[in-house]
Write a protein that binds this ligand. Structure first.
Ligand SMILES: Nc1ncnc2c1ncn2[C@@H]1O[C@H](COP(=O)(O)OP(=O)(O)OP(=O)(O)O)[C@@H](O)[C@H]1O
Ligand SMILES: Nc1ccn([C@@H]2O[C@H](COP(=O)(O)O)[C@@H](O)[C@H]2O)c(=O)n1
Length: 671
């Protein structure tokens, strides 16, 4: 997961491969609530593991529901049988509408029936998202609800006891959000000693989400009778009973980004999306039909679909998106790649989501150069001609869907536009529903290696290159190449195999076939974790001996190039800027006095439990410097265009900030 201020995506040119979708957010949070309120234990598999489900789980724990997570990621809840063991709780729900609405209804009804006082609150944006229609409906039933902030918005206090009036139909508006109706449907079975009737005012939007609710209620033994979309009856005696085990289907809204990716960029092999089938409960699965109408070639399989580019350029569409409000955002970005305008209507609900999505979408599309018109409940996007694409830093408004759908704009070279980086601000907002979104995207996309940015950090031993490289890479969301580890691994492998450090031929063949791989910051030779062994001083000396041999360097060249992958690379070594990545965007030559370096290395070794003495270390590192500088093959020296950084008197943070400043200066973004 990326917790960084911005992520620069390089221009992308293709996509293929398989993605396994995270569990559906809508289904996950509904199931969590139902399982917590029901009688019996429920095991939920493939539950979404993201911010919105985390806040729901924490709230359920605060309300007295015991649950635990299995090693396979499943969550098992011990149902409360409709009775809360606590009479007070304060629940923080972040920006999770799928937690706020149904919990408000559940707690209001339970407090009315059994007494208690429960508060629900969230992040500032949650306190701007209207809930008045639900509150009015619940008050109409006799619930006591206090507005703790602005009336009609969270935070709320749900209090009781108070007599419930269930004989008359409860009326709720359906034309702003279907979540209000869903909240009532999920929770009224708790108090249904008699038939409880819900009447919907206005034209119900997002009906597929209500269908999910009804289907899940049925799994918990409650058969709601429906008369059209205006009247719902919860039969007397309804009780929530756990079905035991449930599996959450993949998130159909999240699938939209990969369907679009396939439609735009999968020309030879498809993008295969696993975890969802045509018969999925979620209405957003119909996004696939909209993508097909724009030109995507889609093949449905049992629990997967494969998507390739069909018609190209895409064609614009006019679509009422009332049934697919979340996934529809992806269509607005796909529209840039079409040859006619795209008009999306029925999207009034965008205005009250994580942000005002119509305004946000229009503003950010315009930054890319697009012509966009917008109204109360519609948006129209003109195709973006190749020369009009602009370099942009996309604001994401703490809205996961903004971040995910705008990542597709990095495919602009496919529209013939000048390849350029695309900046996504606050990319970590995807944690709401898809914490690994960007990592998943990177595993599917293809870029021209020359478009993938590299930041080189070369310099003598113990100057702090590795430390600097790791921290800079973390701040940029890039991968790291510790090229010294490759030479160290060659020396270690030679030592183990009894190969002389002068035998250039055998060393080169060892280097070419090193069974080396990196995993979670650790380094392995075959299955053996050699991370610590590689750092021994003797291995460092051996590395500098084998590194002087041209055939060894040649043997490791291609391996180093292969680290250049989307979204970018920070490479540390001796010749990153001079020999391996001479076209890199920023080359830093990092130095510090020999005395400082010996001191740092001494401290480092002592901390790791190795014995060392400073005088010996100073002598060894000066010897190593001399060997590295004076060899004929790729000697240690600054590249002509390198920035010199002497960090003798700079701490790590100051060094990192200096390098990030140079990096940002070299790649300005408007706005
Ligand atoms: N600016 C700094 N100030 C103080 N200590 C630092 C600084 N930079 C790095 N260090 C410390 O110096 C030690 C050596 O750093 P590091 O291992 O990153 O160096 P290196 O150049 O990668 O070495 P090598 O080339 O041998 O792999 C580490 O313990 C690190 O924490
Ligand atoms: N690009 C590189 C990286 C390293 N070396 C040699 O390997 C030795 C060990 O490197 P560390 O960075 O891990 O200390 C180093 O002394 C160099 O001789 C290299 O030649 N080129």
């Amino acid at each position: 997961m990326l917790k960084i201020p911005f992520l620069d995506l390089p221009p992308l040119r293709g996509a293929a491969g398989t993605v396994r979708l995270p569990g559906s957010k809508s289904i996950s949070n509904r199931l969590l609530l139902l399982a917590a309120l029901a009688e019996g234990e429920t095991r939920i598999e493939q539950l979404l593991d993201a911010d919105d489900t985390a806040v729901m789980l924490e709230a359920l724990r605060a309300l007295g529901c015991a649950w635990h997570r299995g090693s396979d990621g499943s969550v098992t809840l011990r149902g409360l049988g409709g009775h809360l063991p606590v009479s007070a709780a304060d629940c923080f729900l972040g920006n999770a509408g799928t937690a706020m609405r149904p919990l408000a209804a559940a707690l209001a009804l339970l407090a009315a029936r059994d007494g208690g006082r429960y508060t629900l609150r969230g992040v500032p944006r949650m306190h701007e998202r209207p809930i008045r229609d639900l509150v009015d409906a619940l008050r109409g039933l006799g619930c006591q609800i206090e507005d703790l902030g602005q009336p009609g918005y969270p935070p709320l206090a749900l209090c009781g006891p108070s007599p419930l009036r269930l004989a008359e139909p409860v009326r709720v508006r359906g034309d702003v959000s279907s979540q209000f109706l869903t909240a009532l449907l999920l929770t009224l079975p708790l108090v249904a000693q008699q038939d409880v009737v819900i009447e919907v005012e206005g034209e119900l939007i997002s009906k597929p989400y209500v269908e999910i609710t009804l289907a899940l209620l049925a799994r918990f033994g409650v058969q709601v009778q429906r008369e059209g979309w205006q009247r719902f009856i919860i039969p007397a005696g309804s009780r929530l009973r756990s079905p035991g085990r449930l599996v959450v289907e993949g998130d159909a809204s999240a699938a939209s980004y990969f369907i679009a990716l396939g439609a735009l960029a999968a020309s030879a092999e498809p993008v295969r999306i696993e975890g969802i089938g045509r018969d999925a409960l979620q209405g957003d699965v119909r996004f696939a039909d909209a993508a097909a109408a724009m030109g995507a070639e889609i093949r449905w399989l049992d629990h997967a679909l494969e998507v390739k580019r069909g018609r190209w350029p895409l064609q614009g569409i006019e679509l009422d998106c009332v049934a697919i409000p979340d996934a529809a955002m992806t269509l607005a970005v796909m529209a840039l790649f079409a040859d006619s305008p795209t008009r999306l209507t029925g999207i009034a609900s965008w205005r009250v989501k994580e942000t005002d999505r119509i305004a946000a979408m229009a503003a950010e599309l315009r930054k890319l150069g697009a012509h966009v018109a917008e109204g109360l409940d519609w948006i129209e996007v003109q195709p973006l001609p190749a020369p009009a694409w602009q370099r942009a830093a996309i604001h994401t408004y703490d809205d996961h869907r903004m971040a995910m759908c705008f990542s597709l704009a990095a495919l602009h070279p496919l529209a013939g536009a000048q390849p350029q980086a695309l900046r996504i601000l606050d990319p970590g907002c995807v944690a709401k529903t898809f914490p690994d979104y960007f990592e998943t995207l990177f595993s599917l996309v293809q870029a021209d290696p020359h478009d993938v940015p590299v930041l080189c950090i070369d310099g003598p031993t113990a100057s702090g290159k590795g430390t600097l490289a790791d921290q800079v890479a973390q701040r940029l969301g890039y991968a790291v190449l510790d090229s010294g580890a490759l030479y160290r691994a060659t020396a270690l492998a030679a030592q183990c195999a009894g190969v002389s450090l002068q035998d250039e031929e055998r060393l080169a063949s060892l280097a070419a076939t090193l069974p080396l791989h990196f995993d979670g910051g650790r380094c392995f030779l075959d299955d053996e974790d050699v991370t610590d062994a590689l750092r021994a001083e003797a291995v460092g000396q051996g590395a500098s001996t084998v590194a002087a041999l041209p055939k060894v360097r040649q043997a490791l060249h291609q391996l180093q190039l292969s680290f250049r992958r989307v979204p970018g690379l920070v490479a540390d070594g001796r010749d990153m800027g001079t020999a391996i990545f001479p076209d890199s965007e920023l080359k830093v030559f990092l130095t510090a006095s020999a005395a400082k370096r010996a001191e740092r290395r001494h401290k480092q070794l002592m901390e790791k439990g190795f014995s060392a003495n400073i005088t010996g270390l100073l002598r060894d590192l000066e010897e190593r410097d001399a060997r590295d500088k004076n060899r004929s093959a790729s000697p240690l020296k600054p590249a002509q265009d390198a920035r010199l950084l002497d960090n003798s008197d700079l701490d790590i943070e100051a060094s990192v900030n200096q390098v990030l400043t140079w990096w940002s200066e070299g790649r300005p973004f408007p706005g």
